[in-house]
Ligand binder design. Structure first.
Ligand SMILES: [Zn+2]
Length: 154
């Protein structure tokens, strides 16, 4: 059974207390543990010792992007890596997170298909196109720096 949306919509997160935010997350985990996990017990048992994902999915860390939900994939279907702006730096320039994930997916897991999924209203891409909007005291979009030379300004 493909994943469904959570049962409750999130309240205004900006006004939510830390306790309320944590309670929402813990309640969701408990629903998963008591309702979803038992329904898919055999799948999770199989996945406990091996994975053979059909594709790698590279996307933004944006909270509105849920790869398994938008592709209606099951656990084990996608090997997912995320960062701000779904950036794939040139190999050798910033070896680490994304490069290591691609190397592991292809070399170890045998993944043959890699999907890079962007999205509308991406704050990282907005900052790449207009660096002046980036917060002055952060380097939150430093990861996207390799994109600047090739940014399309359509
Ligand atoms: Zn984004």
């Amino acid at each position: 059974m493909p994943p469904k949306c959570p049962r409750k919509t999130s309240p205004d997160a900006a006004a939510e207390s830390a306790d309320a935010a944590l309670k929402h997350i813990v309640d969701g985990f408990l629903r998963f543990h008591h309702e979803v996990f038992p329904e898919q017990k055999e799948l999770f048992k199989k996945l406990a010792t091996a994975q053979t994902p059909r594709a790698m999915f590279i996307t933004c860390a944006d909270s509105r992007i849920v790869p398994e939900l938008i592709t209606q994939s099951l656990p084990g279907d996608l090997f997912v890596t995320r960062n701000v702006g779904n950036v794939v730096p040139p190999y050798g320039q910033m070896n680490g997170g994304v490069s290591s994930a691609i190397e592991y997916a292809v070399s170890v897991l045998g993944v043959r298909h890699i999907i890079v999924c962007g999205h509308s209203d991406c704050g990282a891409m907005r900052a790449v196109l207009n660096p002046a909007i980036t917060h002055q005291n952060t380097d939150c979009c430093g990861l996207a720096a390799p994109c600047r030379g090739g940014a399309y300004r359509g």
